[in-house]
Design a protein around this ligand. Structure first.
Ligand SMILES: [Zn+2]
Length: 460
């Protein structure tokens, strides 16, 4: 690989331990890793390739900790537009049962195109149904072609309607087949090395779609191989009622009873958690993927972001699946996190004079979207611009209508102003977006393919 010098960025936010922000900053990269970070005049003068970021904001690549790529095929489905989670799922399960391997491949590229253009350099995905011969491999291959770092979660559903679960029996699999495939995927694709482009995660879908037995066996396998565990948890009040009726526990207590807490576990949502449960997350090292747009879209509620941060819970950002967000715009998601935290602060009294209710700042939102997400995924090699870390970064042109009048604080502009597409996105030292255009995919022909697949899937 060639060396890359990035220089003259108007402002560079490093997200390092001191949260340094450097004017006229830049970085040097070689073989996919950052070798130097600092003011441009302290960096070498040349390299194999030089990127001049005059009038740009330079940031670490954003990290997405929860998604369902395949759902880009079922955005804004009329019957699921105005439903809460359980009804939304029941409407969509039969449509998803028609997914093919080609659909998984196409939709992964669509989702990662949106992610890359909105600043994401590492994304997690949670694929939990495998109809008609679909495999996680279809997604991993597509992600490799896109050049975005992937944490591919081998999801699963085994508790069909006939056994008291929510999904129809047609989309659930046998636990034996799930575990066998999980082992195959870990052995074939999981890369534990620093700088890994592909990691595998085990991710039974949710308390209402798998058995406790599968959760425990998945945890045992994950710990044997040193891979992480992920699931949806405490997303809605319906789920809380389900867990109490079926298992005699609140969702977090249920997870604890299954040995599903620890540094290697992260949960999507965690909207309906109390202070005791937040403290348990902090004490045991569980991470949270905060998905504000999805929580608003499905009227699920508002996650206690401030309490997570105050307790020291690892907190990342997730756009969630495109059927409950309808957008995979990660920079926008950081803005939504900032705004939603303030809605909650307002409800709890922040609008009263003299209130000391804390509100989320632009810099805290960016922290969640970068170094926070990295910690949730269990990675210390991404999330900040520091020597030795992966050469994953994004740059946004500042001289634009969206930021006009906001350049007294360019970093805050990226969070407060209209969410824009990034001008550069580099992963592992390779350009995925250059001058605002995707390098690794011909978008017009791909969109045509995607819409054709979506029409077939939804119309049946
Ligand atoms: Zn989800």
């Amino acid at each position: 690989m060639v060396s890359l010098l990035v220089k003259n960025a108007s402002l560079m936010a490093t997200m390092d331990a001191g949260r340094r922000e450097i004017e006229n900053g830049g970085i040097c990269c070689k073989d996919g890793f950052i070798t130097q970070v600092g003011p441009t005049d302290e960096l070498p003068e040349s390299a194999d390739e030089v990127l001049d970021l005059k009038d740009h904001l330079l940031l670490p690549g954003l990290v997405n900790t929860h998604h369902h790529f395949y759902q880009t095929l079922t955005r804004a489905v009329p019957a699921a537009q105005d439903a809460n989670l359980f009804n939304w799922l029941k409407t969509l399960y039969p449509i998803w049962a028609r997914l093919t391997p080609e659909d998984i491949y196409i939709s992964t590229k669509t989702a990662l195109a949106e992610m890359a253009l909105s600043g994401c350099t590492t994304s997690s995905d949670h694929l939990y149904l495998f109809p008609n011969g679909s495999r996680l491999d279809d997604e991993i291959i597509a992600a490799r072609e896109m050049g975005v770092r992937l944490h591919a979660s081998r999801g699963s559903m085994s508790l069909g309607e006939s056994k008291g679960g929510l999904p129809p029996d047609s989309v659930v699999d046998s636990e034996e087949a799930i575990l066998k495939d999980s082992q195959r995927l870990i052995e074939q694709y999981h890369d534990p090395a620093p700088g890994a482009m592909t990691r595998v995660v085990l991710a039974p879908c949710s308390p209402f779609s798998v058995t406790g037995e599968l959760m425990m066996q998945s945890a045992e396998m994950a710990r044997h191989y040193g891979v992480h565990l992920h699931t949806h948890l405490a997303e809605t009040q319906d789920e809380e009622v389900f867990c109490q009726q079926q298992f005699g526990y609140r969702p977090v207590g249920y997870m604890e009873s299954l040995d599903w807490v620890g540094q290697d576990v992260w949960f999507a949502h965690s909207v309906w958690v109390n202070q005791e449960e937040i403290d348990l997350y902090a004490r045991t090292g569980c991470g949270v993927a905060h998905c504000p747009s999805s929580n608003m879209r499905l009227a699920s509620g508002i996650a206690p972001v401030w309490e997570f941060m105050a307790a020291g819970v690892k907190l990342g950002l997730g756009v969630d699946g495109s059927a409950s967000n309808d957008s995979s715009h990660l920079l926008n998601e950081a803005r939504q996190a900032l705004l939603l935290a303030r809605v909650r602060a307002g409800i709890e009294g922040a609008s009263l004079s003299g209130s000391s209710k804390p509100i989320l700042t632009a810099r805290q939102a960016l922290e969640i979207a970068t170094i926070g997400g990295a910690s949730v995924l269990g990675r210390n090699d991404i999330g900040s611009l520091e020597p030795g870390k992966c050469a994953d970064f994004i740059a946004i042109k500042l001289n634009r209508l969206d930021y006009a009048g906001a350049l007294h604080d360019p970093l805050a502009a990226a969070l407060f102003c209209n969410p824009v597409g990034v001008d550069f996105n580099v992963v592992n030292g390779e350009f995925v977006v250059r001058y605002g255009e995707l390098v690794t995919l011909d978008l017009p022909s791909h969109i045509e393919k995607h819409n054709k697949a979506a029409k077939r899937l939804v119309e049946g």
